[in-house]
Design a protein around this ligand. Sequence first.
Ligand code: GBH
Length: 503
Amino acid sequence: MWGLKAVATSLLVCSVLGAQNFPPDFKFGSASSAYQVEGAWNYGDKTPSIWDVFIKNDPSVIIDHSNADIACNSFHDWERDVEIATELGLDYYRFSISWPRILPTGKQDRISEYGMKYYNNLIDALLEKGIKPVVTMYHWDLPQALQDWGGWLNPLISDWFENYARVLYSLFGDRVKTWLTLNEPIIFCELSFNTGKHAPGLASAGEGNYICNKNAMLAHAKAWRVYDKEFRGKQGGKVSLANQYIWLEPRTNSPIDVEATKNARQLMIGMYSHPIFSKDGGWPPVIERIVAEKSKEEGRFLSRLPGFTQEEIEVIKGTYDFLGFNFYTARAVNKAEDGVDVGEWPLSGSKDLDIQLTMNDEWNKTDAEWLVEYPVGLRRLLNWLKNEYGDIDILITENGYATNKTIIDDQARVNYMKKHLEQVLLAINEDKVKVRGYTAWSMMDNFEWCDGYSLRFGLYEVDFKDPKLKPKPRTSSHYYTNVIKHRSLDFDDTTSNIITDEL
Ligand code: GBH
């Protein structure tokens, strides 16, 4: 009797522990982006990006008045980055290519030797260590040369981007097998054209962001189609994009808030995903209708949200080989009372939908004001995506935790990662969502956009006052290395508590 119970208990323990294991082909990576780490902002024939110009015009747009002229010096010290990626035991390293470093005019007329050499070195050195490069084509650093021609507001941007993508596939596609066209179009459209907090800082809420949204969807689609037509046959890789998804839940159970949340999800997720991943393609119908109605009320003849032609809908629909997204945080949604100013962050569309996005007091706060912890939201989001767009392979392209202090023993980051990875496992094992990989943002502290060097996301700490910029491993880096080594959350993690100050 007792014997049986012991067997049953150990079976139970085994199955619970088994649930802590990742599938054998699950991949672990870490990420960075060109502007945030490279530095060498004007080295060789590189031309300024919109971020170089934005900050040089007015350094006060960055909280600590810093800039990314040097950043982590990755352009000169890529060998150090490969060493760190190797030390972590990464399956892949996600980095981005700086458009103005490869194509100084933004167009194909001139390909930079310096740029080619740098990315070739990095890619080859990673592969030599068995680390796969996962490459983002655009992580916000548009060539200023193209901004001068209207940037993301000029419909020709999708052709310029297609050409840029073609250059990248032909230069690097023999070795790069996973491509992400755009990083977080929602952020570069909303923050550049809605609040104007990001480069090029052209606030035109409710208009510019929607135009950018449309052009970004077309740019992504054309880049995917070029691959499909001209490169897939010989290169055999995969192309998607890295959207930013914030999980949204109703503030109350009232039917009004529940309805508002459904619409808010179409705004937050659907506007950048429905055209690509849904069966019908095009804008989420509910958003298209609401913005058209609002525009009419404002006395406009045209909706502020530009429509797609049927041909454009077809061009964009189905342009994915997997679904990539960055996940950090969540918000509660409620329908705004009449006359309430819903504010501008993060979406100008909040005004169109009369919704408020707020934080729930029960969610842990972090040092980043926008980043509250809600790991369960990740599992719910994964299920929502499967429901909405079908059973697609998913790559989590970023997830990470911010502190505003230098701290080597970053237990809070370890907890954040662990809690999110637990939810990923539940989604895989219980809900059968096809999550194929997880990417920790970021490999090392770097230039955190408007927060400069004041917010730190790194598994490795960087002392930006140290001219050598030699990163130090944090506790979270040891934790992550263990997860990768064991391909499990169940291991004796005493090693991850080692304080490595003297390393
Ligand atoms: C990602 O953005 C980016 O891909 C990455 O480059 C970045 O370093 C990382 O996450 C951490 O932030 O000042 O109120 O307008 C996540 C989305 C966009 C969230 C910018 C913070 C600024 C908020 N981030 N946003 S606000």
